[in-house]
Design a protein around this ligand. Sequence first.
Ligand code: ATP
Ligand code: MG
Length: 649
Amino acid sequence: MSGTTYPVLKTAKARTLIDNDKYLKWYKESSDNPEKFWAKHGTRIDWFKPFTKVKNTSFTGKVSIKWFEDGITNVAYNCIDRHLVSRGDQVAIIWEGDNPYDDKKITYRELYDQVCRLSNVLKSNGVKKGDRVTIYMPMIPEAAYAMLACARIGAIHSIVFGGFSPDALAGRIIDCQSTFVITADEGLRGGKTVPLKHNTDLAIEIASRAGVEVDKVLVVRRTGGKTEWFDTRDIWYHEATKAAKPDCPPAKMKAEDPLFILYTSGSTGKPKGVLHTTGGYLVYASMTHQYVFDYQDGDIYWCTADVGWVTGHSYIVYGPLANGATTLMFEGVPNYPDAGRFWDVVDKHKVNIFYTAPTAIRALMGAGDQFVKRASRASLRTMGSVGEPINPEAWEWYYNVVGDKRCPIVDTWWQTETGGVMITPLPGATDLKPGSATRPFFGVKPQLVDSEGKVLDGATDGNLCITDSWPGQARTVYGDHERFIQTYFSTYKGKYFTGDGCRRDEDGYYWITGRVDDVINVSGHRMGTAEVESALVSHDAVSEAAVVGYPHDLKGQGIYCYVTLMNGHDGSEQLRKDLVAHVRKEIGPIASPDKIQFAPGLPKTRSGKIMRRILRKIAEDDFGSLGDTSTLADPTVVEDLIENRQNRK
Ligand code: ATP
Ligand code: MG
């Protein structure tokens, strides 16, 4: 992997909250005495009744995780009410519509009004503390209001990404037995409408056949498109909220009362309904938001994720609003009206902190620099990446072209289950290495182990575990604590197993090498997928690559590469040879690709992650049962790959 190091930028050092000395000091405090460290930082949120107990966690036996357990608070109060005195007229949410001419600004005072009204609507329709409310919405402010209204009255929200099918929505409604749904008539993405209400109607029928009856559907009018209407069940959002009272007291919530259920992306199998609770989650989301992005008062902050993913929960809504930030919410997609949209929006709203995913960075890199350069991007200060390993090539492009070499990149490694960022650089503290998530956040204790569970020290490759709890950690899989124990705590006794492979270098930096299940074993050499993929992406003609193993008579496993080319390149025999030579040069002959399939697109989850398990099946010539494909973004991509596979028997 690329060996370049980028020292902390002077500009970042000059205004940053945490420099390297402070990082080392705080990290030591957090690992030597977690109780004391988190007792101090637990007060960054307001408590109606302060906690006296800090940490009560066990990774063995029945696995029980409790933080600040006797404290009483409310997440919506912390995200709204407590800011009213000092920043009632400050903008809380900047909304940028799918159409570049459509935008709006919502102050903290307006947010209070909207959330209280909606809370009253939920209450008057029978939603009570502990009830599950499904939110199936486009990226409009009402999605944030819905989350906060649930939090305000103590209902548990379960957000289902607006791009999911009726089946996927039904599955999630059934899994958590949700009887109340909030949706919109239609969503709007990239100029196309998405029939959300229609999908909801279909999902409700499916759920009903499985014995789960949805009684009420609250519908936001987004496009005004035609929808079916069931008078006894459907309620117009605008009518109900207009009629509701504009004040609603926040429910007194125990720190360990559930806040939300969220299903994982489904990259590796059937999505898990991860449960997060109130106090520890908010402490962790707000603290990571502040220090990871070096968020400071007055900054305009933009995370391009969808609220349907955990990134949207922690870093569009809860973390930023708990910190009194101005958070930008974007309804559209990166390439509409064209591939310059992100950078146009950065200029338009003077965005200081920008957070996106490698899938978007690779796609925009493929589209060409002219789209970036037509915007000034002068306001940008910190840029982040999340979701997959970022290939050094894409990192360099992000850093040099988008950030003009003046913005530190925070490559944040974390998971739905971790609630917040776990391994990451801090802008003013960490020298950067492209492709490395670098060092653990405060209170996070990573450990690398081999397949037998032996702890590995120093510079090494291994399976990434976390040895002690942190406040943002998921508490269970909803309704299935046994699956929680099985999935995360049974592989290596007494440790949280992340499922990811990882390398630690001589500086103690962590490099995520891909999912442990995806590790390829070529003639006894274990190789992470990320490394081979990054070598391919570093070739000028390649925009994206996915690598999997397949059975090989001599080597045990062979290396099968799916490659997407940059605009203007064709997949010729010559290029195939060039790519093989290129990988041999970058990594060595052991990583020499056995098969290369040029593909117009790769199968991805709806959150934009490459689904290697499907690619593995195709490479193995076993595409009869592809496993759970409910989170697959575009099924036609898979058909094309099967049609053109290189491994026909
Ligand atoms: P499922 O658990 O259903 O298979 P998923 O793991 O993709 O889906 P998420 O919780 O959305 O669901 O993703 C977490 C995973 O994403 C991590 O375990 C890791 O593999 C990958 N990931 C996230 N951020 C990074 C990063 N900065 N670098 C490398 N990998 C990352
Ligand atoms: Mg996962």
